[in-house]
Design a protein around this ligand. Structure first.
Ligand code: PBG
Length: 337
């Protein structure tokens, strides 16, 4: 029963939510295909796309299928891809030797993609985790109880130069070693790659939500039954101020863009980083964020399409200019309609 009670209000916020047209007029954040970077997994051989159980709709791709996928992404307006190789376990060793093989899988992938779709921005990870038998992002110290920082950075420099030589637009150091951005910048410049940029994983947290990705590249299997803890290099999820320190350090060392990772659980960090720098800020909606939306949708507990959109909108609203997401292709397809 409608009552005749009337509030005397000077401003009623609901006025601007009354119609779809008004709501669209005052909408503050809009997603575009150009906001997204698609992470892609690549494998040796010519096999059909190999599904990743914990990441529905995501596949490990042969070089041929990778090129096809890149063409499709480019046509949909997605400006960039980030390539991740899954190596044959037989090729992994304690020092991640294959990372410096000039013909290693990811470098062949870069050449193939740049050859077929030169306008597409190609990004590669500079980190050892796909290559090490223990699954860590670096080489171990003599006592074998921690990752050795400087010895790891020495390898990263060479990796970055190989990637630049293969034609990547941006190298993305992702292991949180100290001093890596500066060392990579120097190495790139010395080799003549002054135009190759650095997208630094600056505030990368030691997250439990990386699980599905580690299945996808096999770094969890490499670690075996031993829990793979990256707590001595990735950031403590409890820390906020430290993220700003990391970002400012990376910028001082020459990062062109900085990244926060994961994204959805770290919206406060994205916003603080946004306020602390005028450099472009990227955020990585990681495998576990993707998996949990799919899992809840499969149980019928959440609506996939709406959660997908809202999760990405929140990341952009928090201040991210670019979002790495496994939803990139389907979102670009939807937004293009
Ligand atoms: C490590 C790396 C990780 C991811 C990309 N590169 C995390 C890790 O294993 O520590 C995670 C991406 C994801 O979960 O989607 N260099």
């Amino acid at each position: 029963m409608a009552s005749d009670f009337k509030l005397d209000l000077p401003f009623r916020p609901r006025r601007l939510r009354r119609t779809a047209s008004l709501r669209a007029m005052v909408e503050e954040t809009v997603l575009h295909p150009a906001d997204f970077i698609a992470p892609l997994f690549v494998v040796e051989g010519k096999a059909r796309p190999d599904p990743i159980a914990s990441m529905p709709g995501v596949f490990r791709l042969s070089l041929r299928d990778l090129v096809k996928e890149c063409r499709a992404l480019h046509q949909l307006g997605v400006p960039a891809v980030a390539l991740f190789p899954k190596l044959d376990p037989k090729l992994k060793d304690a020092d991640g030797t294959q990372a410096l093989n000039p013909d290693t899988l990811v470098l062949r992938a870069v050449r193939a993609v740049k050859d077929a779709v030169p306008e597409l921005t190609v990004i590669t990870d500079v980190a050892l985790d796909p290559y090490t038998s223990h699954g860590h992002d670096g080489v171990l110290n003599a006592a074998m109880d921690n990752v050795a920082n400087d010895a790891t950075v020495a390898i990263l420099r060479e990796m970055a130069v190989l990637q630049a030589e293969a034609g990547v637009d941006l190298v993305a150091p992702s292991d949180m070693m100290d001093g890596r951005v500066g060392a990579i910048r120097k190495a790139l410049d010395a080799a003549g790659y002054t135009d190759t940029g650095i997208l630094a994983y600056s505030a990368k947290y030691n997250s439990a939500y990386y699980g599905p990705f580690r299945d996808a590249v096999g770094s969890a299997q490499a670690a075996g039954t031993k829990l793979l803890s990256k707590a001595t290099y990735q950031m403590n999820p409890a820390n906020r101020r430290e993220a700003i320190e990391e970002v400012l350090l990376d910028i001082a060392e020459g990062a062109d863009m900085v990244m926060v990772k994961p994204a959805g659980l770290y919206l406060d960090i994205i916003r603080e980083v946004r306020n602390a720098t005028n450099r472009p800020v990227a955020a990585y909606q990681i495998s576990g964020e993707y998996a949990q939306i799919h899992a809840a949708a499969q149980l019928g507990w959440l609506d996939l399409a709406r959660c997908r959109h809202e999760s990405l909108l929140a990341i952009k609203r928090a201040g991210a200019d670019l979002i790495l997401t496994y939803f990139a292709k389907e979102m670009a397809g939807l937004l293009a309609k």
